[in-house]
Write a protein that binds this ligand. Sequence first.
Ligand code: UGA
Length: 447
Amino acid sequence: MKIAIIGTGYVGLVTGACLAEIGHAVICQDSDSEKIDILETGRMPIYEPYLETLVRKNRESGRLSFTKDFEQAVKPSVVVFICVGTPPLENGEADLSAVEKVSREIAEVSDGYKLIVEKSTVPVQTGAWVAKTISIYGSRNAELDVASNPEFLREGSAVEDFLHPDRIVIGVQNKRAEMILSELYEPIIHGKFNCPIHTDCSRDGEAVPFIVTDMNSAELIKHASNSFLATKISFINAVAEICERTGANIRDVSYGIGLDKRIGRSFLEAGIGFGGFCFPKDLQAFIRIAENYGYDFKLLKDVENINVERISLVIRKLKEALWIVKGKTIGILGLAFKPNTDDIRFAPAIEIIKELLKEGAQVKAYDPKAMERTKKELSEVLYCRDPYEVAMEADGLVICTEWEEFKSLDLEKIKACMRRPFILDGRNIYDKDKLLSLGFEYKGIGR
Ligand code: UGA
């Protein structure tokens, strides 16, 4: 199938590369010419496991190409995915101006049949607006359908999530759009492709649930999923507070809760809170949508507040241990909002660093992938080559991201480097007793 991807950011690039991998002819377009230049010269604008290999392989086979030219992408394609950004406006609502502009432009350059699929995360009823827009701006020869197909890609495992999803959700207005999307996703729905990630893929041949709904429901599934996951995290973080105050251990508590199959074990890791460009903004957008439709979603407001308070919790814990933060050297291990990505948008580490700098601390930092991006945002930080350099002469270390590399550090060496061997383990990655026996002062979260 001939497919155009409009917007070659994180979602667009993963979608394009994976659809090419399962056999489609994909052309990815972006108005950011620098991004397209990077991709056309075989480099990557973002770090995401397996993505570079997939892009290279499918470019070489001719199934994947990149362009700055909108018409060149849209005109020959039957399916056009809208993957442009929907950043938050000041009031928390999603800015849909790029979605509107692209919808209009697709309509203007189209003749004949096309299916326009919104993949960007959008509020409920955006699809209906897209349908209205194209009916106004479309040429007489154009025959256009609209569908919603939300993405459930986690950064750091996006390729895996695309090729082996828990479900595929499509919201459609008619049978024709449903048929096209079920054909497009057929190899994934029936597990019939050579998995590029695992040689002996255990999910080979495994059927994936394909959910067909109306567009409003598909859009709501996306916002409600992210909000529910964020709720789980804030819930466990609130329970962690009670654990600290009562002497219980959040790791045991969350294990005990999660073994109930109705609850499940994932997304019950207490820590310094959720970040990234999805949960914080989607939560806000969902609260605003609810408000616009006359519902005060108090529960989600609390979820958001609990998360925002995680940052002051870290500063409070540092002060409890170090008394005065001003003039002290604090080492930060991990800048990305989660492991296996170089994304620092809304990352707790960045907020913590800003607070520490405001307090007059000296900040040293290391992250395996996210240092270049952070340097552009925070020039006052001393960036180090490895965790040991961060620890050198530090009065405290804060673990902000649970990178595998940090779990296997030579802790004796770390201790020897530090001026004061204090660790604030913001992701609970270390064995508390082991650290205490090595002579560290240790604070975790909820333990
Ligand atoms: C999230 C969703 O998981 C995806 O399904 C969704 O498609 C995506 O948003 C999106 O809307 O595009 P992502 O933001 O990449 O994916 O990352 P998550 O793995 O969901 O983690 C989000 C944040 O929650 C991270 O900061 C992580 O450290 C934190 N987290 C996660 C916790 O603090 N505790 C947990 O138990 C789990």
